[in-house]
Design a protein around this ligand. Structure first.
Ligand SMILES: [Zn+2]
Length: 123
């Protein structure tokens, strides 16, 4: 019998080599295995939470569709942990921990973040 172990290989197989926090800048730093470094602001990350409560699902609106503003603590990163070989589970200070960000999504967010000037004031 042959086993297939390559489910996650392919064009989207880039993986983070290292995670770090930049507390003064309130950003998550991701160093990818192709040497690219991305900084994703906590509030950007929180708003991009992919879980059903934040993002909405069939028949119900997501949290940020109803109320776009962040409450205190909602964008304070408490902990991150790897989920298998494909993603990152983020725990926020308000206790929210149901969002699993795939590496693909994190890469996307990182690229968006680095395409924007960091000096832009909060709108
Ligand atoms: Zn969420």
């Amino acid at each position: 019998m042959r086993r297939r172990n390559r489910a996650y290989a392919g064009p989207m197989s880039m993986k983070p080599a290292r995670f770090d926090y930049d507390e003064p800048a309130r950003s998550l730093v991701i160093e990818w295995d192709d040497q690219v470094v991305h900084r994703i602001r906590f509030d950007t990350l929180r708003r991009a939470c992919p879980c059903a409560a934040c993002h909405g699902e069939l028949g119900s609106s997501g949290r940020f569709m109803v109320r776009p503003d962040l409450d205190p603590g909602e964008d304070d990163l408490a902990d991150i942990s790897l989920v298998g070989a494909y993603g990152l589970n983020v725990v926020w200070n308000d206790g929210h921990n149901t969002g699993i960000y795939t590496f693909e999504r994190l890469r996307e967010l990182g690229e968006l973040a680095s395409a924007q000037p960091s000096t832009r004031p909060l709108g």
